[in-house]
Design a protein around this ligand. Structure first.
Ligand SMILES: [Fe+2]
Ligand SMILES: [Fe+2]
Length: 382
């Protein structure tokens, strides 16, 4: 490459360099002094001398979350074309076209015919109005959670250390935005009234958003994502809901984020065991338990025992929480025992016939592939 060089005044360059050097020392020293006295110094947690965010590279988080998210990035247009999203690239649309060429004439006609009206007709064939309402009631609980997951991950993005962790959170923000708008379109396609947040969801999600710093990782990535993962695992094989398998893949990655983050930036023993924090975590779990009686009639309509599902969720989430060092005021075995006693006591009072059940021993996810994903995420199984 041939450049036409221009003359530059060496004296002017020297003066400008020196002025910049003085300004640089002054501005940084001033911000360091402000930091020392608790005033607002440098706001950007960015380390320009090493071209990284404060906390370093965080390669593990980058490869396990950012790179993996991009590898597994899915588009609503290719997985549920009837929802009307136009998010697929030209190449993805071409691939879809090639897949269609390999289909039989009947399969091809079925795919081509599947616009929104046909999708709605399929739902009407598969479900009664009450069943559609039950699915919407259960899944909008998660849909409202997706709005908060979007809000919380955007806040966490500003609070985590290292370049890798920020890439991971950036992908989570993107994925939560997609989950929110895609799940909302899917729910609207069911053509039944969409419920507001229940008081339990409101308390839980507002509580998570108001948590301090990295405690949000407990509230969101462990508790809320753990519940969402279980709901997606429960319903992803139902007709018209197959796209939830893609949500399940993303949420599994989000639920695994705290353990990958703490591998690089471990919590101190005090942060894990601080009695005030343990109590705060328990306070957050309690409204989540209120979801069980609230959703019981809708889950029952779909042939699902709310307490078997709840027991399964509690077992999985508590394993993930304690593995990450997010302890509650009691040991995990005592929590499971206490909840089994409460669930059985409640069922003995509210059901005509009830004999003792090991609710926390259930696994509500029946799909083998999703089950093995969950075993790795919740229990750390290889
Ligand atoms: Fe999500
Ligand atoms: Fe998520």
């Amino acid at each position: 490459m041939q450049f036409d060089k221009l003359p530059a005044n060496p004296r002017a360059i020297a003066v400008s360099r020196r002025a910049e050097g003085i300004a640089n020392r002054l501005v940084r020293r001033l911000d360091r002094t402000k930091d020392r006295f608790g005033l607002r110094g440098r706001k950007g947690l960015y380390d320009d001398s090493s071209y990284e965010f404060v906390g370093g590279a965080g390669e593990l988080l980058r490869t396990r979350h950012y790179d993996k998210s991009l590898r597994l990035l899915w588009k609503a247009e290719t997985h549920a074309p009837w929802l009307g999203f136009k998010d697929a690239s030209k190449e993805e649309r071409q691939l879809l076209g090639m897949a269609e060429k390999a289909m039989t004439a009947d399969e091809k006609a079925a795919v081509e015919r599947m616009g929104l009206p046909e999708f709605r007709a399929m739902l009407d064939r598969e479900y009664t109005v009450r069943e559609k309402q039950a699915i919407v009631n259960v899944l909008t609980a998660i849909g409202h959670g997706e709005a908060y997951a979007w809000l919380v991950s955007a806040e966490l993005l500003g609070q985590v250390k290292s370049t890798g962790a920020r890439t991971a959170l950036t992908m989570q923000v993107l994925e939560e935005a997609k989950h929110f708008v895609v799940l909302r379109s899917l729910m609207r396609a069911f053509d039944v009234p969409i419920p507001r947040q229940s008081a339990w969801e409101y308390l839980l999600l507002e509580g998570v958003l108001k948590m301090d710093g990295l405690e949000k990782l407990f509230g969101m990535n462990v508790l809320v994502e753990g519940i969402a993962l279980s709901f997606f695992g429960l319903l992803a094989d139902a007709p018209g809901l197959e796209i939830l398998q893609m949500f399940h893949l993303d949420e599994a990655r989000h639920a695994a984020l705290p353990s990958n983050y703490f591998t690089e930036f471990p919590m101190s023993e005090w942060e894990k065991r601080n009695p005030a924090k343990r109590l705060q975590r328990l306070k957050l779990v309690l409204p989540a338990l209120g979801l069980m009686p609230h959703l019981e009639p809708d889950l029952a309509e779909l042939g699902i025992d709310a307490y078997e599902f709840g027991g399964s969720v509690v077992n999985k989430i508590s394993a993930l929480a304690y593995r990450n060092g997010f302890y509650l005021p009691m040991p995990r075995w005592a929590l499971l025992l206490a909840l089994d006693a409460v669930f059985n006591g409640w069922c003995a009072v509210t059901r005509d016939e009830h004999s003792w059940k090991d609710f926390t021993g259930f696994d509500s996810t029946k799909n083998e592939i999703l089950r093995s994903v969950e075993r790795t995420v919740f229990f750390g199984a290889a």
